[in-house]
Every structure is written in C-alpha cells, then in structure tokens.
Design a protein around this ligand. Structure first.
Ligand code: MN
Length: 413
C-alpha cells in the first residue's frame, strides 16, 4: 500500500493580500496531485487545513476540484480530516463537506466525532485508517483500545513537542495554551503510522517504534512557516512494515533572507548581489531585508527605492523590510533595569499584525478617505469604536506605551 501524506494546503489563503501568493498555493497543490499520480499511490491522506477558511470564494473550490478530479480518474482515494481552519462551526458547515458530497473526498472527521475506514489498495491489501478532526481530539486522547496492527492515525493535532522544536518556543508556552497537547506520549499507542497536520514546518520522529510525521504546509502561509525545503511524504506500508520517503516540492515560492550590517552593505547587496542571485530561481523570490544598525530617513528612502525597482522589474515578487534590528537598553520596565533586547522589528511585526485585523484596516481606510488626519480626532474615534483595546492588547505596543511614548493616550483611557 502506497500513500501520500500531506497537510495544511490552506487553499484560498492570500498571504498579505497577494494574489500571486494565493496562486502559489494552488500551484503547489496541483504539483502534489502530480506527485500522487506519478508515484501511483493508492491514497492521498490530508491531515487538515485543506482550506484556509470556511468562508470561501469560488477559486479555492475550483482548484481543489480540478486536483481531486484528476486523483479520482487515476483511481486514487483522497482521505481527509478537518483542521482548525476548515472544521465545521456551530453555524457553518465545513467546506470539506461539499467535497465529500460531490464524491471527491472521503471526509473521515470534520466536527466533533472521529471517523474510521478501510483503505483498499490496488493489490487488494487493506489498511485501517482512524481520523480525528481538530474538534475530535478529546476522543483521540481518551481512546483506550489499541488499533489493529498496520493501522494509520490521521489527525489534526497541535503537539507541543513538535511545535517547540520547530518554532523554537519554550515548552512552557504549550501548557498555557489550551489547544496544545503537551506531549507525544498522550497519543494512543499502536498505530503503524501517525499522519499529523497543523504544524506548518516539517517534523518527523518515531513514537513507540512507528513514524510520526508532520509534513508541514507546502507553501509558507506566514513568514515563520518558510523552509528552504518543503516536502510531502510518500509512505509504503507492507504487512506492518512502514517505509517513509520525503519528496521535495519544486513549485514553492523562494525566499531570500538578507542580513546587512549597515546601510552601505544593504545597498551593495540589494543593488548588485541580489540581481545575480534571483536568476537561480524559477519564480521571482520574496526578499526579507534586515539591517543591524539604524537608518536615516534618506537612507531608508534609498533602500526602499532600490527594492521597489526590483519589484517593478519583476526580479523579485515583493519584499519585507528594511527591518532594523538594533539592541537597545531599556530601563524602568519593572524588570529591575535589566538590559533587554528591544528591536524595532518587534514593533513593526506588532503593527503588521494589527493591520491584518479587518476592523483596524477598515478604520484606517475610513480615516484616510475622511482626509482629516488630526491625531486627537483619530484617537477619540479609536476610543469610540472600541479599537483602542485591540491596539493595547498587542504586547509589543503595550510595552512601548508603558515607556511614556504616548502619554496622551494613557491619559485618555
Ligand atoms: Mn494550518
């Protein structure tokens, strides 16, 4: 029995509002379909977050159905469980239900109940599959009975071990977040293969002698998800023996991370070195530029001008930055004057996060259309519309406000 294990395709996501990035996600999804057909697998297992949201416009369905139809014609079964992005909600069906009803997918679990099926391979061999959506995890953790030897677990689950290893976060964060399963040991034992989804970076391990794998998202949905090498997993199960092979994806959008010491070095890299570097790639890359010393206003304008011209010439798709990462000393933060690494980067990320909030975005658009950019009036409208709380809840922003950067705001609340 040959199986392709994938997850977190997030069809319909449009990272940073970019249509090209939305298309990247479809490209790589269709590449995965090609891989399944070329390798003559018996089934594709999708471990959740196939769609980015339950509120979809038609494009993600069109691509999903185009891909799944090719699988169906090739006689390849498509099994799926729902992730946190595409599970059923109290007032909304799971988008997976549509694929199930049309006969394109076998939806094992898209709400609170687990599901079960038997995959029958081309040569007549049978593998049992147990599916748990993101909403059925209570059942997963309380499952007492051992599965039949050779069985597969397909689940959308947030395992703290994997998360902290791949995102470098402290394990303690996991116990404070209710969605995390603190350790791999909580998973039921006895499956021959653990096909997981949710983590957007690839992670593999062995649990009780069996492979346990997160393939990761095939495209970076957020910048943190980017990996030099994105993969899917080809799994061969033969009478309980499991063989796993990584298949790298070729249509993934490349990213180039640039770290420059100062303005001079940044300008040199982006105006000369970058040009030759981008030729290596099939698609124009996304550039992230970090500079380790402050820029004057004019220097920043120059850097942005060079980057903009690269975008215009379609040599790069887009860029992020210049982000300034300068260690500063901060005192009076109630942490005993200890030196902390405070970066301009973190506040930029905080602002970026705020602007991804539709309410904040709508507010800003209204303000700009109004054309009357008087800070006091903006502030009172921010308070009126209850948006101040959103802004103050952003830890980075709060930290800066505590320093008295904006005493006015403090007085108003
Ligand atoms: Mn996901």
């Amino acid at each position: 029995m040959k199986i392709l294990h994938i997850s977190d395709t997030h069809l319909g996501a449009r990272p940073r509002g970019s249509i090209e990035r939305e298309r990247d996600i479809y490209d790589v999804f269709l590449e995965i379909i090609d891989i399944a057909i070329e390798n003559r697998v018996d089934a594709v297992l999708h471990a959740g977050d196939m769609f980015h949201s339950a509120e979809l416009f038609p494009a993600p369905y069109i691509y999903a159905i185009a891909g799944l139809d090719r699988l169906r014609q090739a006689g390849i079964a498509f099994y799926i469980v729902a992730g946190n992005h595409d599970a059923a909600k109290p007032t909304r069906n799971s988008p997976l239900e549509l694929l199930g009803r049309l006969g394109y997918a076998k939806v094992l679990s898209d709400h609170g109940e687990p599901g079960f099926d038997k995959i029958v391979g081309r040569s007549g061999d049978v593998v049992e599959i147990h599916g748990y959506s993101y909403k059925a995890l209570d059942h997963l953790l309380s499952q007492g009975s051992r599965p039949k030897p050779g069985s597969i677990l397909l689940a959308h689950v947030r395992l703290c071990d994997a998360w902290s290893q791949r995102y470098g976060r402290d394990q303690s964060i996991c116990s404070s977040e209710k969605d995390f399963i603190p350790t791999i040991q909580r998973l039921p034992k006895g499956f021959s293969y653990y096909a997981l989804g949710d983590l957007h970076k690839s992670w593999r391990n062995i649990y009780e002698g069996s492979p346990i794998i997160y393939p990761g998202s095939p495209e970076a949905i957020s910048r943190d998800d980017y990996e030099e090498r994105k993969v899917v997993f080809l799994v061969e199960i033969d009478r309980g023996r499991v063989d796993v092979k990584e298949i790298p994806l070729k249509k993934v959008r490349p990213w180039i991370n640039i770290e420059a010491r100062d303005y001079q070095e940044a300008i040199k890299i982006i105006s000369t070195d970058l040009e030759s570097a981008v030729k290596r790639y099939a698609k124009p890359p996304i550039v992230v530029l970090k500079i380790k010393s402050p820029l004057s206003r004019n220097e920043r304008i120059n850097v942005v001008r060079v980057l903009d011209s690269l975008v215009e010439a379609k040599k790069i798709l887009r860029y992020e930055g210049p982000e300034i990462e300068v260690p500063q000393t901060r005192e009076g933060l109630g942490i005993g004057g200890r030196e902390i690494l405070q970066t301009q980067l973190s506040i930029e990320r905080a602002v970026e996060k705020l602007f991804s909030d539709p309410d904040v975005r709508r507010f800003m658009v209204d303000e700009i259309i109004r054309g009357e950019l008087d800070p006091d009036k903006i502030l009172s409208r921010l308070v009126d519309q209850g948006l101040v709380n959103k802004i103050l809840n952003e830890p980075e922003i709060r930290r800066h406000l505590q320093l008295g950067v904006s005493r006015n705001l403090g007085g108003r609340l």
